[in-house]
Structures are given as structure tokens and as C-alpha cells.
Design a protein around this ligand. Structure first.
Ligand code: NIG
Ligand code: FE
Length: 418
């Protein structure tokens, strides 16, 4: 089999270690090495060693010259809403005048405007809009992304969205993990009808989640568990129903107000509880004692202008496993530059650069149930690799707003080169 060697790196971020989320103090070791390269055969990393040892073991290999750059695992963006139609910049300005995010949704805007828009947009158009967005994520060194539905909010339009995600999986050089977010909101036509809320919950339970599981259209079911959207009791019911259908679970939890969602997530053992900017002390303790990954989305809090961020330090110090993701979506985080999250992690969340790297790789993988496949430069892991124009891992958070990624490979195939 043909072998490719990534050699001549100034520094290598391996994140190598157990095939599991890193929690607490263990997050501070990103496995930084010097003089270390990677050998790839097909979709897999077959060896990580000194350049000399790799050349001796694979004398006929093709070489990718890292040109004294930074060799690293590809980033894992475990939370995106990348399939949507139009941008929502009017709402961005409206929030600046003081109208809160949830009030805009109450008036029928926000998520509901993306729902109206997606319902009127063809699959082909949705696909064509998503492809360059994924390319922009790859250009920042991302090699795995999760994509949620959640702007369809009819059984038909949710399934249609997930079929677009399937088409992307089949055609784009990027590992894509699909999530059904039918519980993103109560659709307006249900919200305004008597017993409408309950009718939508029943539609999720009896129609959407079973159909998604039956057709294998998603790995996860997700929910916006937030006071004013789905209550904790509704969330429990919807999540347990989705699990009974055969889907793994994720949550948008305690984003803007604490409603006990993180505590519920830990109790149910969801794979990840995301956002957590309003998490309570008991939520922190519950997540730290669970296997649930605490995924933080600092660009969302920044873009919403809340002046607040999730308590990353308290989560890490309590022993939780923290991941970082873009939350890429048209309402609260139109961000496709993953490296910007490393900056926000250090500057806003007070994480070390090593913690930020671990959160962006190993722990992002764990947030998708992929900790044994991706997130590490280590033998037996998928060839998900990025080379950045930097000679120290701390430069990625430092040079904020820059795109330093030169090359990215997902499963042994180039998904970006500049
Ligand atoms: O993660 N909070 C809920 N969902 C998204 C935003 C969706 C939207 O506003 O379109 C989020 O922030
Ligand atoms: Fe989200």
C-alpha cells in the first residue's frame, strides 16, 4: 500500500493518549513533540515517530513537507447547524438595540425565520450552500464536523434536511456526523394551536425520531432545552423517546438561563451537553461526575453580545471533560474559522493553549462518540491531519483571525490545501 509521510515539522501536537475524553488536569497535556512526523496508509495513521525512523521504516514513501510548520490532529467541530438557507444579519442589528434573542423568536423571528426559509429552499440549493461553508471550515484545519437539522420542523423537512446531510457525507471530503434537531423549537403552526406543543412532542416521538433511526439518517438526537423553548420535563420525555428509537443523545443545555438541563443531561448520560453559559453549581458537579462532554461554544456568547461565557475553569477544575465547537449557524454564530475558538478559549474562557487544543480535538471527538477514531496523531487513528504555518502550538490562539492552515486531510484525503 502507498505510504505518505508528513515530515519536517517544527513542532507536533499529538494529543496522544487514551482513546477517551480528557478531563480535569489531564486536559493540560496536548502531547507536544519536536522532530516528530506521521506515516499514513490509506485512511489510517500507521506510525508516529521521528522523521528519521519513519524514513527508515518506509523508504519508498511519498512525503508531505511540513516546511517547519505545526503538524496537528484535524479539529473536530462537534456542533454545527451548517445546512441553512439565508443569513440573518437584520436580527444581529436588532439585538444590538436591546431586543433579546428569545424575544426575537417569540415574535416569530430567529430560528423561525430560518425555518420559513429552509422550507422554501430546495435540497439542491441547500446542498450548494453547504459545500463552500464546509470548505471554509476545512480551511481552518477542521477534518470532522457534526451537522444538525432543526430548521425544517416538519417531519418532511427534517428528513429532507438530513438527506441533504447524507448527500454531503457521500460527496464532500470531510467526516460528517448527522444529528436530528427536530426539537429545536416548537414550530409556529403548532405553538399557536391549542395543545400544539404536545402535538409536536408526539410527532417527534412517534414519527420523526423513529423514521430517522429507521433510515439511519442521524446518529444523534438533540434538543434546545431552555426555559421558554423546551422545559426540563419535556426535554426528558423527548430525549428518552429518541433513545428508545435508537438514537444517541446531545443537548443544547443551559445556554441562556439555567433550567436544570445540564443536571438532566448528566442523569441521562447524554454524549454531550452544549453551551452551558448559564449552568448552575449543581450542573457543574453533575457533569464532572458523569461521562457527558461539556461542549462550550464561546463564539455564540460573543456574537450574542451577552458579555458572559460558560464557566470553563470551574468545569475543568471540577473534573469535567470540556470540548470546543463553532455552533456555526445563521442566528447566533456565523463563524467558520475554528482557530478563532482557540483564541476565545484562552482569552475569554481562561483556558491554557494546551487545554484549548485538547478541547478542540480529543474531546470534540468524544463529544461525537469518536474518541477511538479521531482527534489524535497516534497509530491506529484516522488520518485526520492538519499542517499550520506556525512553529509553536500557542501561535494558533495568539494570531487571532488569521487562517494559518496550509493543508488538511480527512480520512487520508485532502480536504484543504492552500
Ligand atoms: O445553538 N440555541 C439554539 N440553537 C442555535 C441557534 C439557532 C439559531 O438561532 O438559528 C444555537 O445557538
Ligand atoms: Fe447550536
Amino acid at each position: 500500500m502507498n505510504t505518505t509521510l508528513f515530515v519536517n515539522a517544527a513542532q507536533t501536537v499529538t494529543c496522544a493518549g487514551a482513546a477517551d475524553a480528557r478531563r480535569g488536569a489531564a486536559m493540560n497535556d496536548a502531547g507536544i513533540r519536536t522532530g516528530c512526523g506521521v506515516a499514513v496508509q490509506g485512511e489510517m495513521i500507521v506510525k508516529v515517530d521521528t522523521d528519521a525512523a519513519l524514513r527508515a521504516a518506509f523508504p519508498n514513501a511519498h512525503e508531505v513537507d511540513c516546511d517547519r510548520g505545526l503538524l496537528a490532529p484535524g479539529f473536530v467541530d462537534s456542533h454545527t447547524h451548517a445546512v441553512f438557507g439565508a443569513a440573518r444579519f437584520a436580527e444581529h442589528e436588532l439585538r444590538a438595540t436591546g431586543v433579546p434573542y428569545l424575544e426575537i423568536a417569540r415574535r416569530g423571528g430567529g430560528i423561525h425565520s430560518s425555518v420559513r426559509d429552509l422550507r422554501a429552499t430546495s435540497n439542491d440549493a441547500l446542498y450548494a450552500l453547504a459545500v463552500p461553508r464546509i470548505a471554509r471550515l476545512a480551511a481552518g484545519g477542521v477534518t470532522t464536523i457534526e451537522i444538525k437539522s432543526g430548521y425544517g420542523l416538519t417531519v418532511h423537512d427534517e428528513l429532507r434536511t438530513l438527506r441533504v446531510v447524507r448527500q454531503l457525507q457521500d460527496t464532500v471530503s470531510m467526516r460528517i456526523v448527522p444529528t436530528c434537531l427536530g426539537a429545536h423549537e416548537v414550530p409556529l403552526e403548532y405553538r399557536d394551536a391549542p395543545d400544539g406543543r404536545l402535538a409536536w412532542i408526539v410527532a417527534l416521538e412517534e414519527e420523526l425520531h423513529p423514521a430517522v433511526a429507521r433510515e439511519g439518517l442521524a446518529v444523534f438526537a438533540d434538543i434546545f432545552a431552555e426555559p421558554g423553548v423546551f422545559t426540563t420535563e419535556e426535554s426528558r420525555r423527548i430525549l428518552l423517546g429518541a433513545r428508545a428509537s435508537g438514537l444517541a443523545l446531545k443537548m443544547h443545555a443551559d445556554e441562556l438561563h439555567d433550567g436544570g438541563a445540564a443536571v438532566l443531561g448528566a442523569e441521562l448520560g447524554v454524549t454531550s451537553a452544549d453551551h452551558l453559559a448559564a449552568i448552575s453549581d449543581s450542573g457543574i458537579a453533575a457533569l464532572a461526575a458523569s461521562r457527558t462532554v461539556a461542549t462550550l461554544l464561546p463564539s455564540t456568547m460573543l456574537f450574542l453580545g451577552t458579555g458572559r461565557q460558560a464557566p470553563a475553569r470551574r468545569l475543568i477544575e471540577a473534573g469535567a471533560a470540556v470540548a470546543l465547537a463553532t455552533d456555526f449557524n445563521p442566528g447566533t454564530s456565523p463563524l467558520t474559522s475554528f482557530p478563532m475558538l482557540l483564541t476565545l478559549a484562552v482569552s475569554e474562557l481562561r483556558m491554557s493553549a494546551a487545554e484549548a487544543w485538547v478541547a478542540a480535538t480529543v474531546n470534540g471527538a468524544a463529544a461525537l462518540g469518536l474518541a477511538a477514531q479521531t482527534g489524535q496523531l497516534a497509530e491506529g487513528f484516522s488520518a485526520d491531519i492538519a499542517v499550520h504555518s506556525a512553529d509553536d502550538y500557542r501561535e494558533l490562539p495568539y494570531w487571532f483571525g488569521e487562517r494559518l492552515c496550509r493543508v488538511a486531510w480527512s480520512r487520508g484525503r485532502a480536504c484543504h490545501s492552500s
